[in-house]
Each structure stands twice: as C-alpha cells, then as structure tokens.
Design a protein around this ligand. Structure first.
Ligand code: AMP
Length: 459
C-alpha cells in the first residue's frame, strides 16, 4: 500500500509535497521520495524512513522547482529497499525526463516486463511503478506515441490497480486504472496551484477546497495553458463490468477524515458499528475500540446501543507497524509495546472489543489477554469486516492465504484460540448496506471474487 501526491505550479512545490506526504504517512512508512522539476530537469530524493526524517528543511532547500511528485511506500511488490522505492525516474539523452509515482499492484507484471526486456528495455528495480514508467517511455521514445496515448495503452495492457502521477518536463499527468480500485482525488486552488493525492486529507491541508475524483480510466493533463481531461473507453476495458473500489480502504486503510469513492470514511465506519450493534445478542457494559483504526466503528456501535464508548486501550503512537514484522514473536512483542490497558478500569466489566479486521489474529489475541488480565469479566469481539480469507492482489499487503487465520481455523476455534467469550464479524450483506453504491466495490479479500483476476503466482 502506498500514498501518492503531485503538485503543479507552486514556487516551493517540494514543500507542499512534503506536507501532503506527511498527511498520507499512514499509507506507507518504509520509504518515501519525491522528484521535483524546474521545467528542465528533475531532482530526485528517495530514502528508507519517515517523511519528516527524510525531508528535513535542509533537504527541501535543495529541491528547487514548481512541479513535484511524491510517494510514501509500504511494500507489496518488491522488497523494502531504496531501489524499489518511488518515484522512478527515466532520463533520456535528447528528449525529456519522466518521473512516476503509483499506488496499486500490477498482476501481469512478469508478462509485460518480459515483453519489454525482449525489446532491450532494462530495469533497475522489481517495482511495478518502474514497469509502468518504462512502458510509457518506450512507447513515446521508440514508437513515437504521445504521452497520453501511451497511458491509454497502459490501460489496455496492464491488469491490476494503479493510481498514478507522471511528470514530464513541464506537464503533469494524473491517471487511474479503469476499475478505479485505489482512491485518487485532485483539485485546483484559487492561486492556480493544482494538487492530486491518494486521499483528500492531503488536499485539505494544502487548502484545496473544491475536490474531485480522478475518474476510472481517466487521464488529467495539466500544463501552463490548460487542464485537459481524457477518458478511456472504460466500458470496453472493463468488459461491461462496474468500477471496483477497494472496500478495505473504507474499513481500515484510509484516514477517517478522508472522503474516498464519494463516501466519508468516518461515516461508513460509524454505519459498520451500528450494524454490529443491531445484531448484538449479549449484555454489554462498555464498548472499547482497538485504537485508532476501530475508533469510529466503536462510536457507531455505542450510539446505536446507547452504551458507553470507552478508550480502555491506550496506543503508543511511536511503535511502528507490527503487522509487517517478519516473525510471530516479534509481532506479538510489537502488539504488547503498542497497547496498554487503563489501570483499575476493566474490573468485572462485560466488554465489546471492536477491531476493523482480523488477519493473522496476533493483535486481537494479545489484546484479549491484556483485557482479561486487567479484570474484564467477558470479552466479546466485534469485527468491522467479514473474515479476511483471501489475499489482495491489488495493493494491500496480506500474508499468504495459508497464514490468514480464517483459513486455518473455524470461527469457534478462533474464538477459543484468542480466548474471547464470543466473536462476530459484520456480514458481507450488512457491510454492503453501509455504502451508497455497493455494486461498485471489490470484496475479493472476503469472497475471492477478483474483478481483474489474480497474479500468476498466487500468494
Ligand atoms: P493481525 O494482527 O494479523 O490479525 O492483523 C489485524 C490488525 O492489523 C488489525 O488491527 C488491523 O487494524 C490491522 N491490519 C489489517 N490489515 C492490514 C494491512 N494490510 N496492513 C497493516 N495492518 C493491517
């Protein structure tokens, strides 16, 4: 999973990109980078680490230019190394330079890479963003296509998810796959600055009040003179199917203050909580979220049932992601460092503990143990997504199918394994009622219905 941003027409474009990336830090904490153009050449800076560590005021001073694109990375394809981080840059001898950032995953990566390698195109990384970039550059430089026609060819040939920003000399191109799987928004300020980003929270802090989605299969081209919009023939590219936005963005990944796919993220989460409360069969004294991802789900549950919402778990915000640690013992230790219970708080209480999802089960198992140790009488798990049973091939990091706890154990066995008194997930049909256009989402991690197929090498 990743976050992207592009800024056009600001004398300190790099500073705006840094602020936008900082707002999107939750989308990727392994590496970050930006490419800044002064209309002639690019300056590229990318490094492992967090936005504020990499883009210090001293570094930003060196990144002069009015067009900039940036990226935060949470690896799904290619290892977590600097050479796989983004942006990718291709400099041509006589022509312009090209820089690209993208969010998503390409499932026919191997096939397209082989095709390009047979034409003597060389790669520096295993990252799918570089594949998109080299494809476009090949089309423009070797086959004489325009940049926008080359992007339209990407939409024909590439299968998977990509929300992307391309900078070519003094132009910015935003584009999104025909299924619009990952979020992407854009807008223009009164002073003429154009910004695009994965999430609206990044546009908010840059003062973009009028925001719009980059459409499914759309290319938006920005230069000094105009903003041009081109739409691919999405019906043909999607074989008559509907768009397929990632529902997990609304359930977990996006920030609650963002607005994705026409939905306010926080209100979808609140609706999920209400649904969970409507089917509650137990007597509950308090509802406690796993912070921060389940906060709004618990708000909805609490409002619907009229029982107190309590922040019984405190999260240490300086612990990195426990989810991607390579070893189970390290993941367990990470969860213990990340959360603590309020003292003298849980004694004798019947708790509805709310989380957004269960993947391997590490988080919830450790939390139930902590809350019981703190004296809770009963712990009832209520989960804001159906069981995650299948891997994501479109940009969310999920372990191999065999490591998903929902594939290894029955629900009763999971309840016993995590030592909860009961466990209930929202049903897929209830989840569908929480969004305005339920047929326009991808639910493949719950039901294996993959709208664009799966990778050649299944996870
Ligand atoms: P686990 O501990 O493996 O069951 O993971 C579930 C926890 O990780 C939940 O609390 C989620 O908020 C979070 N989570 C779920 N999916 C992801 C993901 N793809 N990347 C990072 N964290 C996730």
């Amino acid at each position: 999973m990743c976050g992207i941003i592009g800024v056009f027409n600001h004398p300190k474009a790099a500073e705006l990109v840094m602020l936008g990336l900082f707002a999107e830090q939750h989308r990727g904490q392994e590496s970050c980078g930006m490419a800044v153009s002064d209309g002639r050449a690019f300056r590229l800076r990318k490094k492992m680490g967090l936005v504020k560590q990499v883009f210090t005021p001293e570094v930003l001073k060196e990144l002069d230019g009015t067009i900039a694109i940036g990226h935060v990375r949470y690896p799904t394809r290619g290892t977590a190394t600097e050479f796989n981080s983004q942006p990718h840059l291709v400099e041509t001898l006589e022509g312009p330079s090209y820089a690209l950032v993208s969010n998503g995953d390409i499932i026919n990566y191997d096939e397209i890479r082989k095709r390009l390698e047979e034409k003597n195109v060389y790669f520096k990384s295993d990252n799918d963003c570089e594949l998109i970039l080299r494809f476009i550059v090949y089309k423009v430089e070797k086959e004489g296509r325009s940049v926008s026609d080359s992007i339209l060819e990407v939409m024909q040939d590439f299968k998977g998810a990509y929300s992307a920003v391309l900078a070519v000399r003094d132009k910015l191109y935003m584009f999104r796959d025909p299924f619009a799987i990952r979020p992407m928004v854009w807008g223009k300020r009164a002073d003429g600055v154009v910004v695009t980003a994965s999430e609206s929270c990044a546009l908010d802090i840059l003062g973009i009040t009028k925001q719009e989605e980059v459409g499914a299969g759309e290319i938006i081209i920005v230069d000094d003179k105009e903003i041009k919009r081109i739409r691919a023939d999405v019906d043909k590219l999607r074989n008559g199917k509907k768009p397929s936005h990632c529902i997990f963005e609304l359930v977990y990944f996006s920030r609650p203050d963002s607005h994705d796919f026409g939905e306010d993220v926080y209100s979808v989460r609140e609706a999920i909580g209400r649904k969970l409360a409507q089917v509650e069969e137990y007597d509950i004294d308090i509802v406690v979220p796993v912070p921060d991802s389940a906060n709004f789900i618990a708000v909805g549950y609490s409002r619907e049932k009229n029982i107190p919402y309590e922040m019984g778990l405190i999260r240490n915000h300086y612990v990195g992601r426990t989810f991607i640690k390579p070893d189970q013992t390290i993941r367990d230790e990470g969860v213990q460092q990340k959360f603590n219970t309020l003292p003298n708080f849980f004694e004798g209480k019947r708790v509805a503990l709310i989380d957004d999802s269960i993947v391997r089960g590490s988080t919830i198992k450790n939390l139930v143990r902590m809350i019981k140790y703190a004296g809770a009488k009963e712990v009832h798990l209520r989960i804001g997504s159906p069981q995650v049973k299948y891997p994501c091939y479109y940009g969310i990091d999920t372990p191999n199918q065999g490591n998903l706890i929902a594939n290894k154990l029955t629900l009763d066995e999971i309840r016993d394994f995590v030592d909860a008194d009961s466990i209930k997930h929202i049903t897929l049909s209830d989840l569908r009622t929480t969004v305005a256009k339920p047929d326009e989402y991808c639910y493949a991690c719950f039901n294996a219905d993959y709208p664009v197929g799966v990778d050649n090498e299944p996870k």
